[in-house]
Design a protein around this ligand. Structure first.
Ligand code: NAD
Length: 500
């Protein structure tokens, strides 16, 4: 791999970033340390790109665009297939890289993520012949049709929680539709994304994909504000999403936002408790330490089965193995960094202080033993917290589930909808009609009924309310998010000349 710019013994290896087909450091030659959250030790450095670096990446992408957009869609698809195959071949290395930089467990998370990222390229490659517009019959002597055209340079900004798959979900559709890209990896998890970019660069013309690393306030903001970027695709927190939207509004750039969530799980009384226990644990993303935008972190259980379900949840979660992300026996790894660790501690501390008896399992993290060496946090359950305790409303992004009971369907729908977020929701019920009734009444972008898993490729996934705007995972999402629509209206009349 491209890897180190230089690394003498005892130094952290320096990983370069990709601009115009070259592996480069930042213009100021400044670096950001990448920490292994399971050990709290830095193990690599990546460039600290600032606005001047963003500018050279955008210029490279702008230059590459004029040729890339003229490449046939079929050819772009062929290149993406090659990238998919190379990603597939490298997936174990990529998975280990993810686990090392963001703390996700290799067996339960990172392997699946690396495999899925390869599949994203393969799926999108197969859409090459779907870049279609429409033609309209308006009058006999006119031809009216639409064209799906690329925007130009797409600016993409991603978080750390599923870095590889989120990068793939932006790179593949943006490039497939003829755009070029400046991608900013998260400063917390840039290494697997740089490795993926190396694979892409092996198959793409220089400048088509430029991957840079840097802090949000200086590198991400420079992308959001750049006058030569007509389209921003952002995945991250709602707070930063708002600032992206504000920056883009100055030049009326197009924006797609995939933001935070506080998703509800609603359990009806007719369910099989063992089945739903497993489902609730999956939906809460406990094996990702709850660090998922779609985590079902508000559990509403019908009062008639609450005791039974809580018992099963507690005993199942107590048996969950939290430990070294690279250890095959670990079900869950560590939180991503100290900031996130302190944040989760803050939520839990507040809840314990407000109502100590609400804590059913877990609680503050261990201060002794092997888990205290990293940012580990064990599965934590709270029951019946007052609704003004922050964790019942705000996104914790940790393995913390707050449980409440409900009695009437209308009441639980109202409580589930009482959130400024609207990303996902989970409904557990054997009866079809109530489940569908609730699904239709929830103000969220994605409802899962009797399943707790993650998004599938091809889903039209995205958020309502402050959880986002736009969709990206599907064919429709690709066309809507990465192409602009042009109407062409042609007169077929004789234009004053006699017909031959
Ligand atoms: P974040 O918003 O702090 O950072 C996301 C990215 O934005 C990073 O690359 C960061 O460097 C950059 N950034 C930060 N400040 C910026 C600024 N002022 N201008 C431009 N860019 C800036 O989020 P995070 O902590 O990395 O990720 C967790 C969040 O992401 C959670 O809220 C989670 O729900 C959300 N998320 C959403 C989805 C989704 O599909 N809806 C998927 C994954 C994560």
């Amino acid at each position: 791999m491209h890897d180190a710019i230089h690394a003498t013994p005892g130094e952290l290896s320096k990983q370069a970033m990709l601009i115009d087909g070259q592996w480069v450091s930042s213009l100021e030659d400044e670096w950001i340390a990448v920490e292994n959250p399971a050990t709290r030790q830095a193990f690599a450095l990546v460039p600290r790109a600032r606005s001047a670096d963003v500018d050279r990446a955008v210029k490279a992408a702008g230059t590459a665009f004029s040729r890339w957009k003229m490449t046939s869609a079929a050819e772009r698809g062929r290149l993406l297939y090659r990238i998919a195959d190379a990603m597939e071949a490298a997936k174990e290395d990529l998975a280990k890289m993810i686990s090392r930089e963001n703390g996700n467990a290799l067996r339960t998370q990172s392997r699946g993520e690396a495999a899925l990222a390869a599949e994203v390229f393969r799926y999108v490659a197969g859409l090459a012949r779907e870049l279609k517009g429409h033609s309209m019959y308006l009058q006999p002597e006119t031809l009216d049709y639409t064209r799906r055209e690329p925007y130009g340079v797409v600016g993409a900004i991603i978080p750390w929680n599923a870095p590889l798959v989120l990068a793939a979900l932006k790179v593949a559709p943006a490039l497939m539709t003829g755009n070029t890209m400046v991608l900013k990896a998260s400063e917390e998890a840039p290494l697997a994304v740089l490795a993926m970019s190396k694979i892409c660069a092996d198959h793409l013309p220089a400048g088509v994909l430029n991957t840079i690393t840097g802090y949000g306030a200086e590198c991400g903001a420079a992308i959001a504000e750049h006058p030569m970027i007509p389209k921003i695709s952002f995945t991250g927190s709602t707070a930063v999403g708002r600032s992206i939207l504000a920056a883009a509004s100055q030049r009326v750039a197009a924006v797609t936002l995939e933001l935070g969530g506080k998703s509800a799980q609603i359990v009806f009384p007719d369910v099989d408790c063992d089945f739903v226990t497993e489902g609730v644990i999956t939906a809460m993303r406990f094996s990702r330490q709850g660090q998922s935008c779609t985590a079902g972190s508000r559990l509403f259980v019908h009062e008639s089965i609450a005791d039974r379900l809580i018992d099963r949840l507690s005993s199942r979660l107590s048996a969950m193995r939290v430990g070294d992300p690279l250890d095959e026996s670990s079900d869950a790894g560590s939180l991503v960094n100290e900031k996130q660790f302190r944040r989760v501690c803050g939520f839990v501390q507040e809840a314990i202080e407000r109502k100590p008896e609400a804590l059913l399992l877990g609680g503050m993290p261990p201060v002794q033993g092997p888990l205290s060496k990293g940012y580990f946090f064990e599965p934590t359950l709270f029951f019946d917290l007052p609704e003004d305790v922050r964790m019942t409303r705000e996104e914790v992004f940790g393995p913390v589930l707050s449980i409440a009971t409900w009695k009437h369907e209308d009441e639980v729908i109202e409580r589930a909808n009482a959130s400024h977020y609207g990303l996902a929701a989970f409904v557990w019920s054997r009866a079809g009609a109530p489940a569908l009734r609730v699904a239709h009444a929830l103000d969220v972008g994605w409802v899962l009924i009797n399943q707790g898993g993650g998004q599938s490729i091809g889903h039209s996934y995205g958020g309502m309310k402050q959880s986002g705007a736009g969709r990206e995972f599907s064919l429709e999402g690709m066309l809507a998010s990465f192409t602009d629509l042009k109407q062409v209206s042609v007169s077929l009349g004789d234009q004053g000349f006699e017909k031959l």
